[in-house]
Design a protein around this ligand. Structure first.
Ligand code: ADP
Ligand code: MG
Length: 233
């Protein structure tokens, strides 16, 4: 579904990503782990078209999208839940959700909004509230719901666990797993390696802008060097 070929991204002289090659197959849940500053957010932003690669190529469902503007990518089914959620705090929950449908012109937006409320019942209760007044977990639900409003085939999640209490993280991950079960392909970026490895099929490890390891998540979870570097045991 998604294939990156030798993708490099620079910020001025900083080489944020160096020749990244990776693949996410349809229906998979793939994670990318790495320390703060490794380049995880840059990679997701490049897939979404928000950063421009210096070299390399991005293929999505068999077509090259490397130079496509980000709104076109959204229309093709790529949605991103950004780091820090990126909500508009003084807009209502519902208005934030509807922003996710901005590329759509069909008549099923109301039905999809209903579907988001079915998935996250608390958001229906709070739909008239300012998004900024919600708890961190509820805001993350709004961010996921907003991405769902574009009807993604491929959902990119940037550190959905960040700043959330463990019980809330479980709730968010349950929702992500249900999405995956309903057919959405998921590419998950996490600094919390244990969380990512225990919920995904395959994992890539990013260090200083390079992929240094990849494999089935269950294998990496058991790997001594991964344990030492990323799992704190
Ligand atoms: N807009 C930017 N301008 C300049 N440097 C940036 C910018 N965004 C990120 N960087 C740098 O690129 C590297 C990777 O950052 P980032 O992708 O945010 O990593 P991560 O998400 O893994 O923490 C870091 O060294 C960071 O300082
Ligand atoms: Mg980041």
């Amino acid at each position: 579904m998604l294939e990156l070929k030798k993708l490099s991204v620079n910020y001025g002289k900083i080489e944020a990503l160096r020749e990244i090659s990776l693949e996410v197959k349809e229906g998979e849940m793939v994670s990318l782990i790495g320390a703060n500053g490794a380049g995880k957010t840059t990679l997701l932003r490049t897939i979404s078209g928000l950063e421009k690669p210096r070299s390399g190529a991005i293929f999505y469902r068999g077509e090259e999208i490397t130079a496509l503007p980000s709104d076109r990518r959204v229309r093709l089914g790529i949605a991103q839940v950004p780091e820090g959620r990126g909500l508009f705090g003084v807009l209502s929950v519902e208005d934030n959700l509807l922003l996710g449908a901005y590329t759509r012109r069909d008549r099923e937006i109301a039905a999809d909004l209903e579907e988001v409320y079915r998935r996250f019942p608390i958001l229906r209760e709070k739909r008239r509230d300012y998004a900024g007044t919600l708890s961190g977990g509820q805001q993350q639900m709004v961010a996921v719901g907003r991405a769902l409003m574009s009807r993604p085939r491929l959902l990119l999640l940037d550190e959905p666990s960040m700043g959330l209490a463990p019980v809330v993280v479980e709730e968010i991950f349950d929702a992500i797993i249900r999405l995956r079960e309903s057919g959405t392909t998921i590419f998950l970026v996490e600094q919390n390696a244990h969380l990512a490895l225990s919920h995904s099929d395959r994992t890539y490890v990013l260090e200083n802008g390079r992929i240094v390891r990849e494999g089935p998540s269950a294998e990496l979870l058991d790997d001594e060097s991964i344990k030492e570097a990323y799992l704190g045991d």
